[in-house]
Design a protein around this ligand. Sequence first.
Ligand code: NAP
Length: 305
Amino acid sequence: MSYDTIIVGAGPAGLAAGIYAARGALKVLIIEKGGIGGQIATSWEIENYPGSPPNSTGPGLTERMRQQCEEFGVEFANKTYLDSQKTATGFIVETESGKLETRTIIVATGAEPRLIGCKGEQELRGMGVSYCATCDANFFKGLKVAVIGGGDTALEEALYLTKFASEIIIIHRRDELRGAKILQQRIQENEKISMMLDSVVAEINGNGLVESIVVKNVKTGEMTAVPVDGVFVFVGQKPNSEAFVAQLESDTQNYLITDDEMRTNIAGIFAAGDVRRKSLRQVVTATADGAIAAVNVIKYVEELK
Ligand code: NAP
């Protein structure tokens, strides 16, 4: 069985690419190692994707995209991409459960949360240290939590946590937040949220469960022990590009480099969404990348005939 394109990753970029490629009459397979939806599978509210209705959730939005893919005949398989080899007619894609044949590949593997890297973070992961408020907020009803980071994700998740936790402290390494002004305003207005600026977490402590953190003021060097029941870490992301960087050109942070048509340095391999080097990583830019990649795949496949 040979495909016109194998899309690696079923987040918004991969699903949008699937819709466009299948509408272009290509034979399309999307492989995904986890669930459908990518990073927004854990987003409780998507309010900036144009046209999304009020209270639109990440899982709701991507489930609709998945249905659209299936309506156009896209196939899905739960597989992990390991490697690929170029052949005379396309590529052999190696997965953990066998080989697949395709004319083209679209890499849409997205990005994943970065860790703080402090003492206690790994040991207490899942024991009070979390990277997903949607997944874990419910465990912190009436408790005190720290949110680390000052970007959009940290601010949105801090606001979400106010529905559960009794107190939220945002700990940010600079003297001003990075996230959108509208989120900053909501943070200022929320009585449950306080801030420790110019501060980083030096240690997370606890015996089996998180009990406290040590916060370092980066300007004065002062160390403060703060009792908390949970630590939510939102300090940015890193690309899921490990399986590709040996083959494809990437930047210093391992984001894949493409041209405006989503072409990588290897003819027939395209990349779309958060795994790419780009200035804005949003659902709307991921779906746009997916559409552009798929349209160029369609042209590429036609030229092969
Ligand atoms: P981000 O914008 O890169 O923010 C990461 C935050 O973590 C920054 O405040 C950064 O500090 C801080 N940080 C990084 N490394 C750190 C470390 N080792 N220790 C302590 N703090 C550290 O990442 P993001 O918030 O995950 O957002 C990623 C992208 O998705 C952005 O483009 C964002 O706009 C977008 N996004 C959009 C929405 C939305 O519009 N609804 C929601 C979520 C995400 P500095 O500020 O000092 O660099």
